[in-house]
Design a protein around this ligand. Structure first.
Ligand code: AMP
Length: 167
């Protein structure tokens, strides 16, 4: 099955010059979504926990956690978590953002797989990796549905990096 048929290019969103990869057709197609999750799952039989990055990383991260039969923890945008959380700031195109993770989300040394829908410049995923380490976890690696290779995001990350669709 060619999963690319289920990814739509939306030019000039959210800003002129950006081609947004819209995954909503994939989400509407249960068979294609299942194939995507099975492919994302393959390399990761030895992780203890999946951490998904808000918001589309919650979708793929939750499905992957179920497929791997491990727990899921949300990495959230600033100010959303109710209990004490570690925070890491990262560069956005304009200004900075922050990601947060509950301090008690990860047991010491637990092997954590970080999941998002798409790897672009890598700033978001690098911040998530830093957070997992601060919370006491070990970063097992990173899993993305889509990688925009020209943006070289993987250079910002350490460890195993897997993506199903490379553009
Ligand atoms: P980056 O930090 O540059 O790697 O950006 C990755 C984050 O931004 C992910 O959470 C993606 O969902 C989102 N993102 C960046 N570029 C795109 C794009 N062209 N299409 C869809 N989402 C994107």
């Amino acid at each position: 099955m060619d999963l690319r048929r289920f990814i739509r290019d939306v030019p000039d969103f959210p800003r002129p010059g950006i081609v947004f990869k819209d995954i909503t057709p994939l989400l509407q197609h249960p068979k294609a979504l299942d194939v995507a999750v099975q492919k994302m799952k393959q390399p990761w039989m030895d992780v203890a926990l999946v951490a998904g990055i808000e918001a589309r990383g919650f979708i793929f991260g939750s499905l992957l956690a179920r497929a791997l039969n491990v727990g899921f923890v949300p990495i959230r945008k600033a100010g959303k978590l109710p209990l004490p959380a570690a925070a890491v700031r990262y560069a956005l195109e304009y200004g900075t953002g922050a990601l947060e993770l509950h301090r008690d989300a990860i047991a010491p040394g637990q092997r954590v797989l970080i999941v998002d829908d798409l790897l672009a410049t890598g700033g978001t995923a690098a911040a998530a990796g830093e957070l997992v380490k601060r919370a006491g976890g070990t970063v097992a690696g990173f899993s993305f549905l889509i990688e925009l290779r020209a943006l070289a995001g993987r250079k910002k990350l350490r460890g195993q990096i897997e993506s199903v669709l490379v553009y």
